[in-house]
Ligand binder design. Structure first.
Ligand SMILES: Cc1cc2nc3c(=O)[nH]c(=O)nc-3n(C[C@H](O)[C@H](O)[C@H](O)COP(=O)(O)OP(=O)(O)OC[C@H]3O[C@@H](n4cnc5c(N)ncnc54)[C@H](O)[C@@H]3O)c2cc1C
Length: 503
């Protein structure tokens, strides 16, 4: 017979954050700054979710996400707020290549996610026929994009398949590990979607996007890493959150959520925690399960979100062993169009891209490859040693690399990236509409407004701010304020034994 669950009682303004990835931690950080009491519950033994460092040949490197877009502020602001501002480090080199048509070719400039404003920008990466096809676009009658359209289908229709297959696909794949012919233009390349909605040719739309970007005169690095790894960010946020009085419980999967007259019961395997507010910062499948009882409609929508899985193969070589491999030098790595039929989808030369990696291990050359993407996950069932071997084989073909690594690390990210197909944003709007019917509960994370770290932090801020308004009525929080008042007026219930979470 199961022992009775302990009940952890709390005082007013207690928000339970479910999920200790970067979104959950960012939400906790934001909630604390609003003066609320916070408990973070993380299912695994480790914080950070897709942000993780690990060791290769005695050197700590990122084994998950490795860089943050700095052209939007949220991630860099969070890193700075938790004391990592001095360790932000832009890539040492941004000279990436595309391994296509049997050669490593410089990544073209002057395009928006691979869609050019001028065909000449893609010279070399595309065949002469592919370039000629792009140039014919202005003769085509304009195509309406409606409410949304798949990036690949639209661009192929306007400019020919080659530009999609050789450039748009690998670039989008680098973000979503997805299929360009399914991915939503509105979600993935919103500035291009807005420009093409204005009408006219796609080439002109791209030019308008480029002119608007130039007019914003944004300066500073486009991306930032962190000395020691992006994977150090979750722990730094967690330290700040703990210092602010929050409690973080690891190895504590949440198994159920139930609305009560006063707020929420959060059920784990050993306890029930009373909460006034919930931030649900888990992947879609987990959010779907947890919302099944209280919001079946949101649960069904979340269950329909698909994911891509991939593996990262990190390899460390003696620097002396790769010195003669010219193709490895002077670039940060390369993308691989799936149409070329290789196994690896990209390779990042970490020791070139990140000065902190080079400094941490001056005698080593560290690189990583990625294998697998949406609909192409069969490779992930292979043994680690096989993934290392296919990576080495593709690297040899691309760069001439013949050296053997001194250490290898294979990291599988099963369900790593949510997919954003056409209509994803309307699905997200429906989820938010349903969730808004639940007082004091909000969702955030990679499922909703973008998979990149800044987008996850932004969605966390939004969730935290809405909960704060709900609970404190800071801007007339309606129902939830009434609930908060009711909580203040209701004596705390205690059932079973108090545990540490309720102290
Ligand atoms: C291999 C890879 C490389 C990437 N590279 C980059 C990059 O360079 N730059 C970039 O911006 N983005 C990158 N991304 C994307 C980005 O890292 C993720 O989208 C982001 O970190 C997701 O954060 P999250 O908090 O929403 O979710 P997650 O990181 O998935 O965190 C969710 C957490 O919830 C926990 N959880 C789940 N269910 C429960 C439950 N029932 N109870 C309690 N806890 C639960 C999980 O254990 C997990 O810790 C990459 C992603 C992958 C997979």
């Amino acid at each position: 017979m199961q022992s009775p669950l302990q009940r952890d009682t709390t005082r007013t303004g207690h928000v339970v954050v479910i999920g200790g990835g970067i979104a959950g931690l960012a939400a906790a950080h934001r909630l604390l700054s609003a003066g609320l009491r916070v408990t973070v519950l993380e299912a695994t033994e480790r914080l950070g979710g897709k942000l993780m460092t690990g060791e290769i040949a005695g050197t700590r490197v990122d084994l998950g996400a490795e860089s943050m877009l700095a052209r939007r502020p949220e991630a860099v602001e969070l890193a700075t707020a938790v004391g990592l501002g001095g360790r932000l480090q832009p890539p040492a080199t941004a000279t990436a290549s595309v391994w296509t048509r049997d050669a490593l070719r410089p990544m073209p400039k002057g395009h928006v996610m691979g869609v050019p404003g001028d065909p000449a920008a893609l010279s070399g990466v595309l065949s002469p026929e592919g370039l000629a096809r792009i140039a014919q676009e202005r003769d085509l009658t304009p195509t309406a994009v409606g409410d949304d359209v798949a990036v690949g289908a639209y661009v192929a229709d306007r400019l020919g398949r080659e530009v999609v297959d050789r450039l748009v696909e690998p670039l989008l794949g680098g973000v979503y590990a997805g299929d360009a012919y399914r991915i939503s233009m509105r979600a993935a390349v919103p500035q291009l979607f807005e420009a093409v909605k204005e009408g006219g040719s796609l080439l002109d739309g791209v030019r308008r996007v480029q002119e608007r970007a130039a007019a914003r005169q944004q300066t500073g690095p486009v991306f930032q890493g962190i000395d020691g790894g992006i994977g150090t960010l979750p722990d730094a946020v967690a330290d700040a959150v703990r210092a602010g009085g929050a409690e973080i419980l690891l190895a504590t999967p949440v198994l159920g959520l139930t609305r009560t007259v006063r707020g929420w019961d959060v059920r784990t395997d050993t306890r029930v925690i009373d909460a006034d507010g919930i931030v649900l910062a888990t992947p879609a499948w987990s959010a779907s399960t947890l919302l099944a009882a209280e919001s079946p409609a949101a649960s069904v929508e979340l269950a329909a979100v698909e994911y891509a899985s991939m593996a990262l193969v990190t390899l460390a070589f003696r620097r002396s062993d790769i010195a003669g491999t010219q193709a490895l030098h002077g670039r940060s790595g390369f993308l691989v169009p799936p149409v070329d039929g290789r196994t690896i989808k990209a390779s990042t030369f970490s020791s070139h891209k990140w000065q902190w990696v080079a400094d941490a291990a001056p005698d080593l050359f560290v690189l990583r490859t990625s294998v697998g993407r949406y609909g192409e996950e069969e490779h992930l069932h292979r043994e680690d040693s096989e993934l290392v071997d296919v990576s080495l084989s593709d690297l040899a073909a691309a760069t001439g690399l013949a050296a053997r690594p001194v250490d290898t690390e294979v990291t599988r990210w099963i369900g790593g990236l949510p997919q954003y197909p056409v209509g994803h944003l309307t699905r997200v709007a429906r989820i938010r509409d349903e969730v808004a019917k639940l007082p004091g509960l909000r969702v955030c994370g990679a499922v909703y407004d973008g998979v990149g770290i800044p987008a996850c932090v932004a969605s966390a801020r939004r969730a935290a701010d809405e909960i704060t308004r709900d609970l404190t009525g800071a801007d007339g929080g309606g129902n939830a304020r009434k609930i908060a008042e009711e909580i203040i007026a209701t004596p705390t219930r205690v059932q079973g034994t108090r545990s540490e979470a309720g102290q």
